[in-house]
Design a binder for this molecule. Structure first.
Ligand SMILES: [Zn+2]
Ligand SMILES: [Zn+2]
Length: 288
């Protein structure tokens, strides 16, 4: 056996491909994971950076004195990007190389009306997963372990979009990679889902409402989650657990409406005190 480890034998084995062939898939998966992590990190920096810049331009001083907190938000978010890349990279590799997943590229594979339906199905499924895992993470023991990092942002900024402890990041990272095995979706519709996910993740935390008052306070706003709704979660903890829709919160009696003094027109929101009334609940109030 020992002679098998002679360098000459290893070289000859390597040249026949006996070593290189089994290594190849592992290297390709690793490359796919790193590429996905990189893409997600860049997506985070561009989206959060873009809305942070918009905040600076339209509401100067809103993030004044928050450099330390923002530094933490960026570090946790970049770690989350690395974690999100793991299942995403693995599934992307399997899709490209083995035809895994129900992602399709041929527009004729499903009727056109299914495109918006598939987007809604994904958002509804993601919202359901988020509502229940989020509510669970507000139980005291789980809150301390998994969710306190996200609520350490008081109040959150545009940089807090992916500011999660690794345990919470794992619960978020598996959703879309699991759904692509279950629900058929065109690759462009998947792009729409990921865009909605990214934009809402950033804007729900940035400290001001970008949607017009008629939408936020109108009939659509009773069912859709915007910054005014999620801000209240960061103020009071034990309510408003949803991600995109208020359906679960309303069904379960956890919907406490919009943040006071937050759903105001842009012109009135230039005062940080008006736009952000900060966190009024302490960590020990976090339990459901
Ligand atoms: Zn949040
Ligand atoms: Zn929470």
């Amino acid at each position: 056996m020992i002679e098998n480890f002679h360098p000459a034998n290893i070289i000859s084995l390597a040249s026949t491909g006996a070593y290189s062939r089994p290594m190849q898939p592992a290297m390709l998966i690793l490359a796919s994971v790193l590429a996905m992590s990189g893409i997600i990190a860049v997506r985070y920096l561009l989206s959060s950076g873009g809305f942070a810049l918009a905040t600076r331009l339209t509401r100067p001083g809103l993030y004044a004195g928050m450099r330390r907190q923002i530094g933490g938000e960026i570090r946790w978010s970049l770690l989350s990007a690395l974690i999100f890349g793991l299942p995403a990279g693995l599934v992307a590799w399997g899709w490209q190389n083995h035809g895994w997943t129900q992602i399709y590229t041929d527009l004729d594979a499903w009727p056109l009306w299914y495109l918006p339906v598939s987007v809604l199905l994904y958002l509804a499924a993601h919202d359901t997963w988020f509502y229940w895992t989020h509510r669970l993470m507000h139980r005291p023991a789980l809150f301390r372990v998994a969710h306190a990092v996200h609520h350490a942002s008081r109040p959150p900024t545009a940089w807090a979009a992916m500011s999660f402890h690794p345990w919470e990041a794992i619960t978020g990272a598996v959703v879309i990679p699991a759904l692509v095995f279950l629900i058929p979706i065109h690759v462009a519709a998947l792009g729409v889902v990921l865009t909605v996910m990214t934009v809402m993740g950033v804007t729900n935390h940035m400290g001001w409402e970008m949607f017009p008052r008629w939408l936020v306070n109108g009939p659509a706003g009773k069912w859709l989650i915007t910054a005014s709704h999620h801000q209240k979660h960061h103020e009071q903890y034990r309510c408003n657990y949803g991600l995109y829709f208020r359906v679960w919160d309303r069904l379960c009696g956890t919907d406490k409406g919009l943040s006071n003094g937050f759903a105001v027109p842009a012109s009135a929101a230039s005062s940080p005190a008006l736009a952000l009334n900060g966190s009024v609940a302490s960590a020990k109030d976090a339990a459901i």
